[in-house]
Design a protein around this ligand. Sequence first.
Ligand SMILES: C[S@@+](CC[C@H](N)C(=O)[O-])C[C@H]1O[C@@H](n2cnc3c(N)ncnc32)[C@H](O)[C@@H]1O
Length: 220
Amino acid sequence: MARKKLQRFAENAKASNIIEPGKELFDQIKGKWNERYFQNSNPISLELACGRGEYTVGLAHVYPNQNFIGVDIKGDRIWKGATFALENNLFNVAFLRTKVQSLEDFFDVAEVDEIWLIHPDPRPKNVDARRRLTNPRFLEMYRRLLKPDGWLKLKTDSDSLFDYTLGVLQQFSIRNLMWTRDLYQSPLQDEHHQIKTKYEGVFTAEGHTIKYLKFQFALL
Ligand SMILES: C[S@@+](CC[C@H](N)C(=O)[O-])C[C@H]1O[C@@H](n2cnc3c(N)ncnc32)[C@H](O)[C@@H]1O
């Protein structure tokens, strides 16, 4: 394995803002993020498949009275956001190294106020539909984890993932759906707070427009 990766993994093991296998909180944090990690009662936002965590740290800077957790399976990517948060005293930030599939091992029902999906892998092949992070099985899980007034927000360059997601949402009872196929020409553009990930820079340079949607699940 590359030396840089190994170095990052070693630093992650010591980083106070990364929850990962082998650390005490990893098996004890479910339902207790505010009590055991943030030590406040502020709302919790998740950025799923966060990569380098640009949104997690960017939003944490904009909203100091909210808590932000970036989730990704790749330790060398979350190292970047976690290191930035530590260097910039962003105490309202944590990173969790796990698969999105396992979220319910780490969060209780209605523990979360907001979920961001920022340029998740589009997985265009039909055979991969179950792995898309807006597949119905994931949306069902997000519904359980979100508070009744919680929001789910998706930003993507991918037409196929966006169309797929709008289609899947027809199977769900939702409210307050808003969407645009060109975020930067839309009244919704302020919602992304000018945060652009490295991936987004590549996609926009290739001429893709950025698609965005948000909604709340219906109250039961
Ligand atoms: C295209 S990158 C986008 C990263 C980031 N959101 C951005 O815009 O820069 C997709 C990320 O999703 C992560 N990922 C893909 N599937 C995942 C899963 N099931 N659970 C956790 N992370 C996942 C990958 O490790 C990768 O960092």
